[in-house]
Design a protein around this ligand. Sequence first.
Ligand SMILES: NC(=O)c1ccc[n+]([C@@H]2O[C@H](COP(=O)([O-])OP(=O)(O)OC[C@H]3O[C@@H](n4cnc5c(N)ncnc54)[C@H](O)[C@@H]3O)[C@@H](O)[C@H]2O)c1
Length: 324
Amino acid sequence: MLKVAVFGVGHLGKFHLNNWKEIPEVKLVGFYDPDLQTAAAVEEKYQIKSFKDIDGLLDQCDAVDIIAPTNFHYELCEKAVRKGKHVFVEKPLANNMEEARELMKLVKESNIKLQVGHVERFNPAFLALGSIPLHPMFIEVHRLAEFNPRGTEVSVILDLMIHDIDIILHIVKSEVRNIYASGVAVMTDTPDIANVRIEFNNGCVANLTSSRISMKKMRKMRIFQKDAYIGVDFLTKKTEIISLNNLQDPNGFSFEIETRNGKKSISVINPEAPEVNAIKMELEKFTESILENKPTLVSEVDGYRAMDVAHQILQKIRYNSINS
Ligand SMILES: NC(=O)c1ccc[n+]([C@@H]2O[C@H](COP(=O)([O-])OP(=O)(O)OC[C@H]3O[C@@H](n4cnc5c(N)ncnc54)[C@H](O)[C@@H]3O)[C@@H](O)[C@H]2O)c1
């Protein structure tokens, strides 16, 4: 049985509490939230003990789940790692690169597992890709959200685009060569809308647009590679593959087109997305990593790499704003 403590029971923290309760290998020992009103309401509604001090709660658990605002991630992670506790921490890993580097070092020197909450890795539409070989050469992403003050303490890059950055770094097996970025602060003090082009050493180009001031929502990634187009809709949880390979799917179909090199057969399939709750699955996988002593699926290195690219983007935006 894994004893878990939760730090931060705001909007997302409450979803985590519900999901932890459904994992049989886990015992929730309590939570800490400095907002006394929130703490009292959550203790009453969820029947989970509210702790008034961080160390007292850390001493009771094997693993922590940190869903506090980003500027507290480092402090809480550091305390937990120093006490030898496994850590699940929401994205972004930390507030700045110095903290992220220090956390990587601390985890490396310790014997604990750390997982970062890049939850889109567990989105059914992404999981539906299963064993389809991915070797992207061009990626187009749109992540558009309606305005919500929650999360605006950081830019749209660290709030929303970082989800796509993580997925892209996970599927493009190459180093970043160049980044071009522009962004505008419309409603807040940091960029609310941004367009970014990431070029990789292997020639792949990713073009990302993120906005948190849109009238309609969209979370769509389009991946183009030599033999296929792959559409992943993170919002509707639907996946589409149009391929030159003969893909077998009972719900799919194929047709032929004439090309300069003769006829080519094209398969169109919509692979079935597994019916999973992404948050529950990321917490289950974290638990499994600890209990079975396996690497976490989204490690501190993944969290660091996503932050590194996000911060390079922010620097480019600042540079472009100053020089325009
Ligand atoms: N993975 C995702 O898709 C996703 C989505 C939303 C938020 N997040 C991340 O989750 C985190 C929390 O976001 P939220 O929307 O739930 O915010 P929120 O403001 O609704 O909740 C944060 C809670 O943390 C509490 N808190 C403040 N300081 C604390 C501390 N030192 N220790 C413990 N708790 C503390 C606050 O009182 C509040 O109840 C952020 O890092 C955010 O980036 C991730």
